[in-house]
Design a protein around this ligand. Sequence first.
Ligand code: ATP
Ligand code: MG
Length: 369
Amino acid sequence: MLEIRNVDKVYHTRGKPPVHAVRALDMDIRSGEIVALLGSSGCGKTSTLRMIAGFESVSSGSIALAQRPIHELPPAKRRVAMAFEGYSLYPPLTVRENIAFALKAQQLSRSEIAQRVDNIARLVEIEDILDSHPRALSGGQQQRVSLARALVRDADLYLLDEPMGQLEPQLRAVLRGRIKGLLAERGMTAIFVTHDQTEASALADRIAVMEDGVLQQFANERELKNRPANLFVASFIGEPPMNLLETTVRRAEAGFRLTAGSGMAFDIPSQTLAPAAQQALAQADRIKVGIRPQRIAIGSGEARLRVVSNQWLGDQSHVAGECAGHLLVAVTSSRVAARPGDVVPCALDAKNLHLFGTDGLCIRHAEAR
Ligand SMILES: Nc1ncnc2c1ncn2[C@@H]1O[C@H](COP(=O)(O)OP(=O)(O)OP(=O)(O)O)[C@@H](O)[C@H]1O
Ligand SMILES: [Mg+2]
């Protein structure tokens, strides 16, 4: 439905080096799908949306929506509605007029426009400010007006650039549910930018993780957590982040032995490795291994963790400690009684390890649960 093919964006600013904001981006987004764009500041999220909407040209590559090439069309011809990161409301118009603006161009009847504006205003809880001007509104209110102005339109694609970043958590959670309902009910296709993994998981069917202008992985939340494509995704997705250890590789009887400092070694049987992974390990001296905090068992096992901090968060314990010279974080759903300085047994099972080659790509994932 939306096909992004090999798209690059390079900004040229006089007197400054060019900025390569988006590199060789390839993405297919299905009709009716909700996609989250997730990545750190400056990774190219807004640039990507602006190229799809037509507010920035593509430096190379192509974009097609509903089988129509759109990358050379002016924004108004693309049938794409966008809520901007900086809101971009029209200051002389009231909130009602801002939201109705694009509907007037669609030549809908007055009563139809009024009804649509009222409905969307109710959904994002701005009915009481419809007659105000943008300058009289708080950031959170302006953001909801901007969101309403995009969602009220008839479009083939909705682009929402951090649509709820300014809202307090409670309102955010409520709107999230309502927006998801609206998108699903109307079968709308949408891409939204967020910095919040919880929001991405709650709203999106698939999450596109970007870093440094490059799409790192595009998959659902479960896949990103269980089968991260590379070190970036592995450490970016998941709370608290995956523990990463540098290990030395040695051939062993039935596979490989990975040693992470004194007293911590993992045996990786060859049969758990695809041929390419075996080859990668055979050629490597050192590789990184990753283990999710939720996969370190506390209270039993051969390894020893010297507790540095132990926090009970109401439904889980986060225990940080030193193990064979490494700082590790473990998460369990039961309450751990240990205090700082205590030594507790823990288990780091080789089957729970993700292995990353020297190029950062994952060469073996942890066993699925
Ligand atoms: N108009 C522009 N001219 C020059 N450089 C730009 C322009 N717009 C963006 N950039 C640069 O392109 C890169 C990507 O910017 P972009 O706004 O797409 O990032 P982002 O992922 O949306 O970040 P944020 O999370 O902070 O909004 C950054 O290095 C930014 O400085
Ligand atoms: Mg941005």
